[in-house]
Design a protein around this ligand. Structure first.
Ligand code: FE2
Ligand code: FE2
Length: 311
């Protein structure tokens, strides 16, 4: 349990500060100068496509929130409507533009909402279940934001190694620095809610998380699991996958499982990671598959169109 009590006011102030600190990034402020589009596309094209799509799916995430939390509270609304959605959609538009700049296809975000969301939403008209729904929303938000930060950290390092400093500093950095504040919102909200949840509610959260946990942007679909497996391998996160699971699952292990038997991360998180990496190794990427071999080594391919490069 957290040492200091998290109050609604504290969460509200945090969201307000995020809104003031980080206005949505205008597309016009971004420098899309790429030194070598072909190398960037070959090495990180699949990553770029994946991240752009996930960011653009923010509108689906908003619909999911509305579906699973009938009568959403003021702090939640303030966060997702006034701060989070406007920031995230710009992340998506900027990354999507970078895809186009380096000759990748535009992203195709999925706006489909699963039946489970509607079902949970229908049950959530009963207040104790609504708390369960809200906890699910906070936990998946926290997991998602943590994955985003770590992906952007790795991406920045990779871009710098390629000498793509403009892209690292003008595209990825401004996006990356907005993500920890989102994580903090979910963490504080989950901590506050956890403090008043009954054991049966927590038990239900445990069951639902175990059943429905997915890595960011996979929506439980095999094609996206293959792609995020490729992302994990490209960033070398598969080399110490337990350390990665610990980074993503620490909060959930503490809040939902009370670190039972020394648990550092819930086992389903590691399971999903291993599953994705295995699917990738077995079947390769779903998107832009022709550019990669099964080990994740890029197979560069020339494009006919002229691309913008550094002078
Ligand atoms: Fe984002
Ligand atoms: Fe975010």
């Amino acid at each position: 349990m957290p040492k200091k009590e998290v109050t609604a006011q504290k969460i509200h102030d945090h969201v307000e500060r995020l809104g003031e600190l980080y206005p949505p990034i205008p597309l016009s402020s971004v420098d899309f100068t790429v030194r070598d589009p072909e190398v960037l596309r070959s090495r990180y094209g699949h990553v770029l496509n994946y991240l752009a799509r996930v960011e653009l799916e923010v509108d689906r995430n908003v619909l999911e929130i509305l579906a699973v939390i009938p009568g959403v509270g003021e702090n939640d609304r303030f966060f997702y409507q006034d701060v989070w959605q406007p920031q995230e959609i710009q992340h998506g538009l900027i990354l999507d533009q970078l895809c186009l700049e380096v000759g990748l296809p535009p992203s195709t975000p999925s706006l489909h909402i699963g039946l489970a969301h509607y079902l949970l939403g229908a049950l959530a008209h009963w207040a104790p279940i609504q708390d369960v729904s809200r906890m699910m929303f906070y936990l998946s938000g926290a997991s998602t934001e943590r994955q985003a930060v770590l992906a952007y950290n790795s991406f920045t390092a990779g871009l710098k190694e390629l000498g793509e400093d403009a892209i690292a500093e003008s595209v990825v950095h401004p996006i990356k620095r907005q993500e920890p504040g989102h994580f903090a919102f979910y963490r504080m909200s989950a901590e506050r809610l956890a403090a008043r949840m009954r054991p049966w509610q927590m038990w239900l959260v445990q069951q639902l998380r175990g059943y429905s946990y997915n890595l960011v942007g996979t929506n439980g679909e095999e094609r996206y699991k293959r792609d995020i497996g490729g992302l994990l391998v490209t960033f070398g996160l598969d080399r110490d996958i337990e350390a990665y699971a610990r980074e993503i699952g620490r909060l959930e292990a503490r809040l939902v499982w009370a670190n039972r038997n020394g648990m550092e991360f819930p086992p389903y998180i590691l399971d999903r990671m291993n599953e994705s990496v295995e699917l990738y190794r077995e079947k390769g990427l779903y998107s832009v598959p022709e550019r990669f071999d099964l080990e994740g080594h890029a197979v560069p391919r020339r494009t006919a169109e002229p691309l913008r490069t550094a002078a």
